[in-house]
Write a new protein. Structure first.
Length: 279
């Protein structure tokens, strides 16, 4: 999540999403006279890899030395307790707005939500989610998932769903319609990809069990695996260390680099050979 904290010189703070959110806050505060000429707020960014801090800022150890302090601070941020307390307060405010923990939810159809240990029947509409160790039965319409990570499970993603990052041990059972996954990484798994769905990048040890219909993968990298490609599916680039274990005559594979393994699909039965690297 592109989460920013704006710390003002007069002890106040605000939270924002991305550069535009920061600029909107600064413009509004300047117009109201809250920010005076010659003062310089500190802008702090929390990266997606630091998601544990949003879940429980009081219980997770924050490494404040990773943040650079602006010139008006009288000592480094890692030693400035008042500034650290304001950062934690900003995190807690963000938590109150967006975090949902240990909930069973029938539908999420709008707004932004951080799901942690939740079970959701349907995410739809224009909802935006960040999913950690949660189960979603279906995603549909124009719903977006910025991040699916931990041991999360999405049983069915269809429509015009957009998923930015599928990571760690996350699983999507079925990806269809015009759904898009921009990046698969970690040991993530998609069991079936079909219709016009699209995966831009498969990295690390990501795994697809079946790719068919008009589904397409942009790039395979790392040690990724496609167990079976059929129909009119396409793979733009198969790089070193990747495996396509079976494909039919109408599958398009545009580029195969040295060190890749591509095996044709046998009509009279599909046999999965020993992989050239551990599963």
């Amino acid at each position: 999540m592109d989460f920013r904290i704006v710390l003002f010189e007069n002890e106040g703070y605000a939270t924002a999403r991305g550069d535009k959110g920061v600029q909107d806050i600064l413009a509004a505060k300047t117009e109201s006279g809250y920010i005076k000429e010659g003062t310089f707020p500190i802008i702090i960014t929390l990266y997606q890899s630091c998601w544990e801090w949003w879940i429980s800022p009081k219980h997770q150890k924050i490494d404040f030395s990773m943040f650079s302090a602006d010139s008006w601070l009288d000592r480094p941020l890692r030693k400035n307790k008042p500034i650290q307390q304001r950062i934690i307060a900003a995190l807690e405010d963000w938590q109150k707005k967006y975090l949902r923990t240990n909930e069973t939810i029938k539908m999420i159809s709008s707004g932004k939500h951080i799901l942690y240990h939740c079970n959701v029947t349907n995410v739809c509409g224009d909802a935006e989610i960040y999913c950690f160790d949660s189960v979603i039965n279906s995603m549909s319409d124009h719903a977006q998932a910025e991040l699916i990570t931990g041991n999360s499970l999405i049983r069915y993603a269809c429509g015009n769903v957009q998923i930015q990052n599928l990571a760690d041990h996350s699983i999507i059972c079925e990806l269809c319609g015009n759904a898009v996954v921009h990046k698969m990484k970690g040991i993530s798994l998609i069991r079936s990809v079909y219709e016009n769905s699209h995966i831009h990048n498969m990295l690390d040890n990501a795994h697809i069990l079946r790719l068919n219909g008009n589904a397409r993968i942009g790039t395979m990298g790392g040690q990724t695996i496609v167990d079976r490609a059929s129909g009119r599916s396409g793979i733009e680039n198969v790089s070193c260390g990747c495996v396509v274990l079976g494909y039919s005559h109408d599958v398009q594979i545009k580029k195969i680099e040295a060190g890749s393994v591509v095996l044709p699909l046998h009509v009279d039965g599909y046999y999965r050979p020993t992989l050239p690297f551990p599963e």
